[in-house]
Design a protein around this ligand. Sequence first.
Ligand SMILES: Cc1ncc(COP(=O)(O)O)c(C=O)c1O
Length: 408
Amino acid sequence: MKLSHLAETLSASKILAISNAVKERVRNGESIHNYTVGDFDPSIFPIPELLEKEIIKAYQNRQTNYPIAEGNPELRGVLSDHICTFQGHQYKPSEILVAAGGRPLIYTTYQVVVDPGDVVIYPVPSWNNEYYAELTGATPCVIHTKAENNFMPTSEEIKPFIRDAVLLALCSPQNPTGTFFTAIQLKAICELVVQENERRSADQKKLYILFDNIYNLLTYSDGAADPVAVCPEVRPYTIYIDAISKGFAATGVRVGWCYGPEPVIVKMKAVLSHMGAWAPNPEQVGLAKFLQEPQCVRDFLVSFRAKLQLRLDRIYRDILKFKAEGLPVDAIAPQASIYLSLKIDIPGDLTSLLLNEAGIAVLPFAVFGAGNAERWYRLSVGTCKEEDITPLLEKFRQVLESSCAVIH
Ligand SMILES: Cc1ncc(COP(=O)(O)O)c(C=O)c1O
């Protein structure tokens, strides 16, 4: 049977292909350090207790009707305060839209900004932009970022392509690299966008920034920049994406929100309401209650971040030790999120070698669209038990040593 062009041609997720294959091997009894997924093991990283309690209470109180299409007013009011507290920006509830996680909001941003054939600029490695571009029939303009820039795109790299584009999709802190934009880097990019929009005539489409900051609560050093903070003039062209998925370890709870210029948010609401990708009502009620307890939120974040940072730092430090001993590895200092960028400078299919010889599963940057960074990998610590770190690093060292012995 022939289905739509989209159905017949849409590429399958390369990330899920590898992580599903690993999960299958785990189900079949193999012992694998599965550090592929951008998810959390809830036995190590549960959601905040108060959030859980308030969601259950909302179900028990039968708050199970349809939510309001743009998100419940109470939640949007609380999110307005949350954005002010954590990002320092004033966004009114009418500039905020709630949905079932970050994904539907990213997809809807593409839908309201991009027509088939329009140019979308995005860096690689990056998370899923290639699929959103495909879903909307966009013409992708891919920026191959460099390790020396922490795999963040620069204004110089973006500038040559900006005249043709309608969307610039950025993510900071970034998946898969665990790094973020500094103010200087991001300001230069935002100024390009402002200048380009000033150049365009009134009947031309503007250039928007999709700024995915879903990892903004998970930073381990100061200095992560966001567009409106470094360049207030870019506000009319910036759509922020956020969710509880990563910052509160709540990937399966499904509440996300975006904020940006009201005319864009209104159109996004219209598209989303037909898709019906709303966050479930009890989750919205529970989240609003939880976020109204800032001390609870802060206490959760302090301990959550400490546990993630401990894992990232320990693995990073040992990899630098391996490097100092002459083993062919490198890593980028983890600045944020749950990911470590890891280089294994050995030719060949290292994903399979690590999995088969050491029982370590990581994702190559190639699955994030970065064909030219083939010796770089993403290691996610969301499923990493503290007691597994030492055996992980021992196995990793062994596989590196034996691979070097074969090469020499
Ligand atoms: C950068 C980034 N944005 C958005 C998402 C999707 O978020 P959600 O699970 O809330 O749909 C992910 C998930 O991995 C992500 O890494």
